[in-house]
Design a protein around this ligand. Structure first.
Ligand code: KG4
Ligand code: ZN
Length: 333
């Protein structure tokens, strides 16, 4: 089954053709990051406008690269939630138009389920059940993946998502948007033990809280500026990255052990973080847990992951949508 998938939830306009949930035939991404960088973060109105401008070309290119016409496709899939509402609506309306005009089924996909499905493309042997850590700009969640379409949440963030904390801490450190990658790079030449940062307490053992940690970094930078002191930014970046990775990894591995999982997966934009990847790999291996991580290219937003999840939504759960499909800014898994 060949699915044409569309993703426009944030600042990437993406389209892909994916076969049977596991094989990428084409995967096109038009990023707007350079423009949003000017403002230090995503400007929703600009994002919507750029999606409108790019979507026809991106979808055309995905079909062209796949050497297919719309007729060769079996279904159209689209991210409908969660994300920036104006941005999502561009993809949803375009997908609705394509599906309606071609008479193909329309499959709505939850963005975070798509991030998790990136693992199916990279790892043909991975099958549910397993436990998953999804960490992106908008989510930090530990989930039991019971089947391809059934998920239950074990823990979630009480405030900021991990990626959001990375981006805000990076901004205070003087890095451009999106800061996660810059913190990652700066960390390579920093001392992760130089700055002791707080590990916020949560009432529930597998919930997260990153807001206090982020504020601590921002205050540290501002205090140093006021006193005219020089901070070791590479070491501050390394200390921050180490702390976030340690919080995510400790809770995730503890949850995997408590619920008896021997298979685990990582997903979302923050899954690209080198410190998190290596710490998780090490601690999962030590705990006898087989860990799956998507390649860096499939960690960030893309449409191939949406095409993968769509295949399972359709074949496992029979999910389709009609012309009444709407986008939603927030939506639980
Ligand atoms: O999944 P994603 O592409 O978009 C959302 O669904 O939110 O995640 C974007 C987030 C941003 O906060 C970005 O800074 C973060 O992922 N990110 C990273 C790295 N690469 C991207 N964070 C830490 N280290 C990285 N290497
Ligand atoms: Zn995402």
């Amino acid at each position: 089954m060949k699915i044409l998938a569309i993703e426009s939830s944030c600042d990437e306009t993406a389209a892909a053709v994916v076969e049977d949930g596991r094989r990428i035939i084409s995967n096109i991404i038009a990023t707007q990051v350079e423009e949003h960088k000017l403002y230090g973060g995503v400007v929703p109105e600009i994002a919507s406008r750029r999606h409108c401008e790019s979507i026809v070309g991106v979808v055309d290119e995905a079909l062209e690269k796949a050497e297919m016409k719309l007729d060769d496709i079996d279904a159209v899939a689209v991210t409908y939630a969660p994300g920036l509402i104006g941005a999502l609506l561009v993809g949803v309306n375009f997908a609705k138009g394509l599906a309606f005009a071609s008479g193909k089924p329309l499959i709505p996909v939850h963005h975070i389920k798509g991030h998790i499905a990136a693992n199916y493309i990279a790892h043909p042997e991975l099958e549910p059940p397993y436990i998953c850590l999804a960490a992106s700009g908008g989510h930090s969640q530990i989930m039991r993946v019971e089947s391809y379409t059934k998920f239950s949440t074990v823990g979630r963030t009480m405030d900021d998502a991990a990626g959001e904390a990375f981006d805000k801490a990076a901004r205070a450190m003087g890095f451009p948007y999106p800061g996660g990658l810059h913190i990652d790079k700066a960390s390579q030449s920093g001392d992760p033990k130089k700055y002791r940062l707080p590990r916020p307490h949560t009432a529930e053992p597998y919930d997260f809280s990153f807001s206090g940690l982020k504020t601590n970094v921002i205050n540290l930078v501002h205090n140093a500026e006021q006193k005219g002191e020089q901070l070791d930014i590479n070491s501050l970046a390394a200390s921050f990255q180490y702390t976030v990775a340690d919080i995510l990894t400790s809770k995730f591995v503890a949850a995997a052990k408590e619920f008896g999982y021997k298979t685990a997966a990582l997903a979302g934009g923050v899954a690209a973080n080198s410190g998190l990847r290596s710490m998780l790999e090490e601690r999962c291996a030590a705990g006898g847990i087989k860990l799956y991580i998507p390649p860096i290219a499939l960690c960030g937003d893309n449409a191939a992951m949406i095409g993968s999840q769509a295949y399972y939504e359709y074949t496992e759960a029979g999910i389709t949508a009609d012309g009444s499909l709407n986008a939603a800014a927030t939506l639980p898994l």
